[in-house]
Ligand binder design. Structure first.
Ligand code: TXA
Ligand code: MG
Length: 307
């Protein structure tokens, strides 16, 4: 049961953080411009970075999207509720503050019982990850409280099960294009669409994928790729390894379990800062490139490394 006060808070134009299967979202009524303004100011988010509309029923897509191509219907059927965000042409009534003035809107239905119940009672919510801009996305309620203060309204659903943000797929371009890799992979989407899908290689300043130009997912500790031959500064370093053996005190092994690594990585980043590590070394994932979480993990780690 979700406390009524959270539902009333949304209805009266306030913002509330809630869990999804990917990361915690910072929810605001998708039709209330001043509530959405609070989302931007609370996060310190640049206003040209558009938001994802979260819905609890497929029919709600029609309130936001002007065209629902067959490809979208197939993907909703296959993956919703789930960690796939679809970018579609918007209807004129969608607020500019949601889409940052683009003629498209991003929509997803989260696969989380609390999120679905919450949205079914409040109506559609915009919900960026509930972190201060530039910090790792929150995968636990306590991360939200660390960023926004200990009395910030957050519905606690425990640790999220996926741990990385949803796949963002643009269906308005000629070839469907993944703007942000996530738990739903390219080959899974291609299998449903029976069509090739591309991974965005757009210049980061491209208006098509505004979120990609900002620095993201960065702990205070420096994140570096681990190279077996390099001389290692072991003191104050945390190692996130697969199978490589190093003589260092602070090593966490994943042995190719990339789903576990995805689930934990933002918490590891945040905890590393609390513990005062100066460097986080991460072993290459390339021998696990066929794993479904590979692209998403590489994408987030590369951003944290800063390349
Ligand atoms: O898993 C998730 O998607 C989480 C949870 C809370 O649902 N939300 C999330 O939201 O990651 P946020 O705001 O942190 O990321 C939204 C991404 C950004 O990269 C943004 O640029 C992109 O979606 N986006 C939103 N609307 C778009 C649009 N119309 N066209 C292209 N990209 C869009
Ligand atoms: Mg975010």
């Amino acid at each position: 049961m979700i406390s009524k006060s959270y539902i009333e808070a949304i209805k009266s134009g306030d913002i509330v953080a809630f869990p999804t299967e990917t990361v915690y979202g910072l929810g605001a009524d998708a039709w209330n411009p001043s509530a959405i303004q609070k989302v931007f100011s609370t996060k310190g988010r640049p206003s040209d970075n558009p938001l994802i509309v979260h819905i609890s029923e497929i029919e709600q897509v029609r309130d936001f999207a002007s065209e629902i191509p067959d490809s979208a219907s197939l993907l909703m059927e296959a993956f919703w509720p789930g960690p796939l965000t679809l970018v579609l042409k918007k209807v004129p009534t969608v607020l500019d503050v949601v889409t940052a003035g683009l003629n498209t809107v991003a929509i997803r239905m989260p696969n989380h019982s609390i999120a679905l119940e919450f949205i079914s009672k409040t109506g559609p919510l915009v919900a960026p990850s509930a972190n201060t801009s530039g910090k790792p996305s929150p995968t636990k309620a306590e991360h939200v409280l660390l960023d926004f203060g200990s009395d910030f309204p957050v519905i606690d659903g425990g640790a999220t099960s996926i741990g990385l943000e949803s796949t963002v797929l643009d269906l308005t371009s000629e070839t469907p294009t993944i703007l942000r890799p996530g738990a739903i992979g390219k080959s899974e989407i291609e299998a449903i669409l029976e069509q090739e899908v591309q991974l965005s290689t757009k210049a980061p300043e491209s208006p098509k994928s505004p979120g990609q130009k900002y620095s993201h997912y960065k702990p205070n500790a420096e994140v570096r790729w681990f190279k077996p031959a390099q001389s290692i500064e072991q003191t104050d370093a945390l190692f996130l390894l697969q199978n490589e053996v190093v003589d260092a005190p602070n090593v966490i092994f994943y042995h190719g379990d990339l789903a576990k690594m995805a689930r934990e990585i933002y918490d590891r980043f945040r905890q590393a800062d609390v513990d005062g590590y100066k460097v986080i070394y991460i072993e290459s994932l390339d021998i696990f490139s066929s794993h479904p979480m590979y692209s998403a993990l590489i994408n987030r780690i590369a951003k944290a490394v800063g390349i």
